[in-house]
Design a protein around this ligand. Structure first.
Ligand SMILES: NC(=O)c1ccc[n+]([C@@H]2O[C@H](COP(=O)([O-])OP(=O)(O)OC[C@H]3O[C@@H](n4cnc5c(N)ncnc54)[C@H](OP(=O)(O)O)[C@@H]3O)[C@@H](O)[C@H]2O)c1
Length: 315
């Protein structure tokens, strides 16, 4: 699998990263058991992927524990990213220690600020993250869900990556991506399949109770869903014409977008992962890329760029 630089960190990552949110034990999605999750991680690493993303918040350490079990014995082959919510500086060290314990490792490659918390100042948080990097507990610092102004602060502390939501249906503000490109910060989007909505598996009926965090994803909400499904149908049409699957078209679109370093994608079984990895060999024509861009934008422009995909963000 092709590897690319993770910003200026000196770390290289594959263009597809396994996202482990769905390994946190939340009902309604993800691998059916811990054993299946661990063997899925083995399968993903065997396929050549070297990048896994988890977070403290995914099942309160459960997902980190499963990732730790999955990479046991091959730690040096994997770039592990995990995350914590922005917190007071005195809580940074204990959060990192807890991650190290759950993951069963003595360093995290990329430690990400999961969400900024507007009621807390950013500088003391990043000053402590830099101390942790200097102490060797983490190799690089990343951020997620940051806007342009917050990125300007983060960049002063050598942040190497931004993890925004990004798919045909949900965009990130252009000024944020422009800032990252201009400052050598990697852009590593999450939910590139809109949590399965762009894989051709949903009908109006089945999307009514989609399970897991999709229950509160605004793209599945009653008033947005009909428009989301119209875009999904466009993805299905192009996939039929190209002789590939909808998930592959949706992922190829993300990976072909200028400024995108790699995509974080969840899977609940090896066949989903293998299908998704097929997107790495796919190139959309300019016409198809633009058709999907326009269709998705028509949905996205209903929202404010500061809106959250699940209608929630820290205050
Ligand atoms: N920083 C943040 O705030 C943030 C937020 C969200 C996600 N993330 C990260 O990004 C990763 C990926 O995002 P995500 O899991 O939200 O969304 P996603 O990757 O768009 O969707 C993953 C889900 O889509 C379904 N799926 C995957 N491949 C499929 C295929 N080929 N055919 C049919 N269905 C398929 C699976 O659902 P089933 O399990 O139901 O089969 C899977 O759990 C997460 O795991 C997490 O690491 C970060």
């Amino acid at each position: 699998m092709e590897r690319v630089p993770l910003g200026g960190s000196g770390i290289e990552v594959t263009r597809l990263c396994l996202g482990a949110w769905n390994m946190g034990g939340q009902k309604g999605w993800g691998p059916e058991s811990e054993e299946v999750a661990v063997s899925l991680i083995h399968h993903v690493l065997d396929s050549g992927c070297s990048f896994i993303d988890t977070a403290r918040g995914y099942g309160r350490g459960k997902s980190e524990e499963i990732v730790g079990k999955g990479v046991k014995g091959r730690r040096d082959q994997v770039v592990i990213a995990t995350k914590m919510l922005q917190c007071p500086p005195e809580d940074v060290g204990p959060n990192i220690e807890a991650s190290l314990k759950c993951l069963g490792t003595d360093y995290v490659d990329l430690y990400i600020c999961h969400w900024p918390v507007p009621s807390l100042p950013l500088d003391p948080f990043f000053e402590e993250m830099v101390r942790q990097r200097e102490a060797g507990n983490i190799r690089a610092i990343g951020v997620s869900n940051f806007n342009r102004k917050q990125m300007e602060t983060a960049a002063r502390y050598g942040v190497v990556s931004l993890q925004p939501p990004f798919s045909i249906l949900w965009r990130v503000a252009d000024d944020v991506v422009d800032f990252c490109r201009g400052n050598g910060v990697a852009v590593t989007p999450y939910s590139p399949l809109a949590q399965g909505l762009l894989t051709g598996r949903y009908t109006r009926e089945s999307a009514k109770s989609p399970g897991g965090p999709r229950e509160s994803n605004v793209l599945f909400s009653e008033d947005v869903l009909p428009d989301s499904l119209k875009v999904a149908a466009e993805v299905d049409r192009i996939a039929d014409e190209m002789g590939c699957t909808s998930a592959q078209v949706a992922l190829a679109w993300v990976l072909q977008t200028p400024g995108i370093t790699c995509a974080l994608v969840g899977a609940s079984r090896p066949s989903q992962w293998d299908e998704n990895a097929g997107a790495l060999d796919l190139t959309l024509s300019d016409d198809d890329y633009r058709t999907l861009d326009d269709a998705g934008k028509a949905v996205w422009t209903r929202f404010d760029p500061e809106d959250a995909l699940w209608g929630w963000k820290p205050t």
